[in-house]
Ligand binder design. Sequence first.
Ligand SMILES: [Zn+2]
Ligand SMILES: [Zn+2]
Length: 395
Amino acid sequence: MLSQRAYQDAQGIRDWIVQTRRELHRFPELMYEEVRTSHLVRKTLDELNIPYRYPLAETGVVAALGNGDGPCVALRADMDALPIHEETDVSFRSEHPGKMHACGHDCHTAMLLGAARLLKQREAEIRGTVKLIFQPAEEGGAGGQRMRNEGALNDPPVQRIFGLHVWPLIPTGTLGSRAGVFLAAAGEVELIVRGRGGHAAMPHLAIDPVSVAAKLVTELQTIVSRELDPLNSGVVSITSIHGGDAYNVIPPAVTLRGTVRALTMDVFRFVQQRVREIATQIGSAHRCEVDVRFPGNDYPPTVNDQVCWNVAKELAAQLTSPGNVHELPPVMGGEDFAFYTEEVPGCFVALGMRNEALGAVYNVHHPKFKADEDALPLGTAMHVAFAMQSLEDLR
Ligand SMILES: [Zn+2]
Ligand SMILES: [Zn+2]
């Protein structure tokens, strides 16, 4: 069977995938700075004799395999790391202080390179095109959007796309996802509350932005609890408050930062609008001015196509067992894979990575996040199997 063979082949190159991943892990790079990472990707593709386009979106690479005569399926990995200082005890710990592959994008890139190697071996069987998309800047930089805008999905046009994310919430050897919305629309919010600084003993001569900031933190919570349908989902989290340096001085301004999330763009825009209205009006009620900004790249929700999830689910069941494939509930995390699925049908799948014995129990974005490398061949096999099966289906 196609998927079983893919898994055997992936197990056969396990050490190579793991070594590639560890090399990437030692040298994490932040968004749009993935120079060394991108170089490793291109060097590997050169060695495998796989042609590619470069650069897209600064450091992005799009490779292509097959005879071009038939449908086109894309597989995607992201390459960037996070500004986190690694606190694990692994021997291949980050050598870039303050930077870490804490979201597993090193695993994603290594698994896709593994798939490149296996697909090259069976290139004669590929009737059509398999594109391999290595993108920068998933962590807030909307690298996927830039890749798309610079033609990653064109020439030939991609008809299906597949991506994986390491998932420490489910055990190694399992996979999960769902049809429809899997991950949320997500964006950043910044609120600057401007009052008038002064002596803390004479508040009547100042305009206090601190008490207004405190009101905003609690009042903004009423958007989700009092204004959204309880069966709808949204998040407003204020995660940062900066203002003032002394116990006896009222500062002139306070800056709040946080995130807004929802499962549909309509609800997302509604929550943003209400944040703006509530913040400015509470500000003016207390003589402060509040600047409301949504400065980052807003990510749309990641929506999985039903057919693509059915294909992935069936292949995952063949690779593991039906009991190891989960229908997961939506998650309020954001993911810029969403920019691809806005344009073409696709599926984003969670690859189990939890292993208590190994200490692989921390979630992604944690300084102690540890990947269970035993999951990597399964990810590579999923890429290969999804591509080969989809080319058959689309013929
Ligand atoms: Zn992340
Ligand atoms: Zn990630």
